[in-house]
Design a protein around this ligand. Sequence first.
Ligand code: NDP
Ligand code: OXD
Length: 309
Amino acid sequence: MLTILFAAPTVWDDYATLLPAALQKAGIQARILTEAPDPAAVDYIIYAPSAPLQDFRPFTRTRAVLSLWAGVERIVGNPTLTQPLCRMVEDGLTEGMVEWVVGHAMRHHLGLDRHIVNPDRRWDPTCPPLARDRVVAMLGMGALGTASAQALARLNFQVRGWSRSPKSVPGIPCHAGEDGLKTALADADIVVTLLPRTPETENLIDARRLSWMKPGVVLLNPGRGALIDDAALLAALDSGRVGHATLDVFRVEPLPAEHPYWAHPRVTVTPHIAADSRPEGVIRVLVENIRRGQAGEPFLHQVDRARGY
Ligand code: NDP
Ligand code: OXD
């Protein structure tokens, strides 16, 4: 009988029935606790950044910490964590992100705001260009970036990818490294940042990188707030170099009421809702990882501590 600590109390209600049923269906005998009076008896920890749990040292027999979140920047550097850490990749999260990215890209591509907010009843018959005439740079070609890039490419956008290591994705020219970033950004009408927060990606979008972008570029950031140097972005928005920024994630969340992004006419704030994981999909991944842990097989989506994601 395994002992699983569900250390994400705020979402326990979503899992309280489904998780035990899925474990049982998979033939995994387990008791699930929401608190661990005896940490040394815990085999697996299911974790979210909101969890009060910060000291992993007493969990001496824990085989893996299974994050409910894709982004692991709040746990990956925890010096007490020596157990394998797995991040979340699941269909609902990916589909949600694809929909957010495509929806906000289409808003800017079609110039929807001109028609949705038109108090002067201006009859402006200017037709937008076709997607095939627009270039999108996808910074981050992981689970979410690749799916979003492919969805945009299916709509005929000219998509360029950028990632840490070189990639080959049919129909999407991919770049890596600093020169590759310059190339990916050079002719992009829309730039999407779907990177994890790591020491290397912090302030990636700074004044220098913004100066490589086309004047009037639209920036979509559903990755992490720290990818952006906020002062540099605000300056670029004020000067018109950046035409619009749609931001879902921020250094401080909720975004404080006095933050200049709220009032800026060329910024759209969405409250970290680009994508959320769905219990059914999450449970499939959790159960599979517990099965793998028990069978001595490699875990799915294990985080590389050295890379930080
Ligand atoms: P992955 O780990 O699958 O992909 C990360 C991508 O970023 C990879 O392509 C990776 O390159 C690239 N990358 C990492 N570091 C660098 C670097 N220094 N330079 C260039 N490229 C780099 O992550 P996901 O796609 O699953 O998720 C991405 C992020 O999305 C999460 O970390 C999280 O912050 C955010 N997120 C936001 C949500 C929201 O609601 N707003 C919801 C879920 C996630 P390589 O392929 O070479 O490894
Ligand atoms: C995540 C997120 O990382 O919701 O899962 O941002």
